[in-house]
Design a protein around this ligand. Sequence first.
Ligand code: ANZ
Length: 958
Amino acid sequence: MSETNPAAAAEVAAPHRYTAAVAAEIEARWQDFWDAEGTYAAPNPKGDLAGDPELAAKPKKFIMDMFPYPSGAGLHVGHPLGYIATDVFARFQRMTGHNVLHTLGFDAFGLPAEQYAVQTGTHPRVSTEANIENMKTQLRRLGLGHDKRRSFATIDPEYYKWTQWIFLQIFNSWYDDEARKARPIAELVAQFESGERAVPGGSSWDALTAAERADVLGEFRLAYASDAPVNWCPGLGTVLANEEVTADGRSERGNFPVFKAKLRQWNMRITAYADRLLDDLDALDWPEAIKLQQRNWIGRSEGARVDFPIDGEKITVFTTRPDTLFGATYMVLAPEHPLVEKFTPAAWPEGTHDVWTGGHATPAEAVAAYRAQAASKSDVERQAEAKDKTGVFIGSYATNPVNGEQIPVFIADYVLMGYGTGAIMAVPAGDQRDFEFARAFELPITCIVEPTDGRGTDTSTWEDAFASYDAKIINSSGEGVSLDGLPVAEAKARITEWLERSGVGEGTVNFRLRDWLFSRQRYWGEPFPIVYDEDGIAHSLPESMLPLELPEVEDYSPRTFDPDDADTSPETPLSRNEDWVNVTLDLGDGRGPRKYRRETNTMPNWAGSCWYELRYLDPHNDRQLVDPEIEQYWMGPRAGQPHGGVDLYVGGAEHAVLHLLYARFWSKVLFDLGHVSSAEPFHKLFNQGMIQAFVYRDIRGFPVPAEEVEERDGAFYYQGEKVTKLLGKMGKSLKNAVTPESICEEYGADTLRLYEMAMGPLDVSRPWDTRAVVGQFRLLQRLWRNVVDETTGEVTVVDTEADEDTLRALHKAIDGVRQDLEGMRFNTAIAKVTELNNHLTKAGGAVPRPVAESLVLLVAPLAPHIAEELWRKLGHTDSVVHQDFPVADPAYVVDETVTCVVQIKGKVKARLEVSPAISDEELEKVALADDKVVAALDGAGIRKVIVRAPKLVNIVPA
Ligand code: ANZ
């Protein structure tokens, strides 16, 4: 120890000061204590509550974080922001009379571990489990009050057994549109057998072969294999969900090209739930922005289907504007539309316009050439608002049902196969894409909506389409129906009624949502509990064969290809393991032992997070997914939560449509099938902001280690070279990561917790500043000093009553902190604790015991270790965790008042003493009722009142 080191000297003078070393000792000791005592064990509604009426009477709170992926890089200080917030909230709920369930597991399947395995040969399980251990150590250091008995990882076979089981529930059910719910597939089979429901295709169920029956059922199952076009990414060697493809048609991960390819893949029929997923959003307590993203993603459009006769058959289109039917001057099919061949004749009809043929000798040639061109574009590229519309006439005409006109049929890539019916009626006067196409192909443009912008009805002079919902329909009269003069909404209703009456169409609702592509060509995921018999029919494994564990393999990587080579197809890692793939099994279906081939795809890494909230409730149940009584207790519907669900779910906004939509879908299926009482997984959702950090880059643009950057005269230098500074993400790759351990070592976990919570409102992103952390450390030092003598280590509080001033400060703090913690305004709660603590410091002298105790309780949710220690020092023998949170005495909370000036025509007529928190409305009422004001107005009416609460009211008489 050096004599000249002031900090060291201070430590000699004050051996009991709250220092980093003291914090480290206290924190480790209490963490051991909590573990040993099971302090955070949530009660089991079946066991614990049954024998304890007091416990049973408490309301429940299930508080959850989006669980982490155990990455090899470990945590930086940005990661635990949400975990600390939920922990503070959970602690507050425990102290305000709730049974709290709070724990954290790991979402551990996924690509990074697999890629690491490919590079190093380490089994993904080995690296993943090591990462989990490392993360657990990091998290434990933060003093999070998790019920550790309930933690698990999605890669645990005891967990994914149930993921597979749920898959089978979904596979073995269908959506009954009339009942608006999922039902067991056996009930559908019974309907087909009895004839109650007609078998699609018209034959009787008995007459169908096993394979034909399987095909029919495949059209109904909620999980089904199909050859639909999917997003194939040769560069990754796997197919991707729509949600994993970027707006410019590349893989979100790796940025490789993505192609449409027909491959046999598993899908989940999430579209069956589109309406319910939309409707049930209303009752959820979620940020509006996230609800909006889900609504847009589901994309409900109301419109009509209209049949256009062609060669004794028909082409059906979906339109949101059936009122524009009289303006439909041509039709467009998606290039992949299955009817294209059928209506492509051998030769061009007489008088075909040159620009329609693309210069090809026959329609078939033109179609083939155009299709090849379209296949190389992604959906997004095709939908891009490119001015030059391309397409080709297929050589046939269809009939516009409303006026009998013959209109040419084109294929063009701006019409997508995956939306509506894959065919449109083109209305160039009303739709900009159709307008551009009509101009390019010299097609007629019929004005059917009277322009309200002065351009007139001569479409040859128009520069773009005209769209307005307020305009009136014109030129739209035919046999049996006229829309002329009607506003759009009425015209829509009238034409829809006519379509239905004439049997050529019907009103319909269309969704943007697509079924969820559910298979991946990967190793590190849940194997499908599905085997195929010799006829290629898929069978469920019986529950007794679950979990179906991943086999050991030599090579973990899917085969990848030249990223630009669309003519490739996936080869899965599991398929190379013949012994595992080819099996003889008795499935217990009465058919005895038979040969089967296993499904060799694995589930996407979203699967494990679709239901994990349920497993926290009953993590060791090996007979059921979750005991219904336990599920009902923690998740069931209640007042204000009609669909039930987790009471608080905290995580990043980036999960708006993937995880959150998938999890909602699985919940609903499980609910329909009677396995759970909650139809929604997460009642309240909160998105925390991000902790950002400064990124320093050298002149080449490469990040340099942030820690080693020096600041001189407002400029930044690294090894003598000037660098630039910009706010960005925190992370290893940007060389600006700060680990929680480093902060814990320097100040302790309580300081880190306080700092993260004090940085700003939880939902706002904020820049990390290591130099500012010490401020929270000083707060804890002052708190400590208000209770403990730094020289002797003795408690200094006195058993006297507090003075009036202190009581006021105390109860205002209690009142404010309580409200702030309940409202998750942790930053302002800390400001109030600081204020109270400063009041006590300034007041000087020993702190009265009741005040000190309340202060410690206020701090307990935020900085639990120091609170536990001080609580013990104050003579208590039980943990601070389960104490009652202080309640403010209203007598001390009443606000001081401020003086409000009331003016009439700018002259002061009265002064009012009002609360500083008074609202504009209330202040206006009080002012207008004031005797002096009433007298001054002398019966005159009031033209206007300008209120600036709490200080000013200005009345303008009539
Ligand atoms: C005639 C019409 C007239 C249309 C008009 C629009 C304006 P949303 O709102 O997104 O549902 N459409 C239908 N299926 C399509 C497909 N597979 N590919 C590309 N476009 C398609 O859009 C529905 C509208 O988009 C439909 O209404 C149809 O064009 C087009 F003044 O029909 B509309």
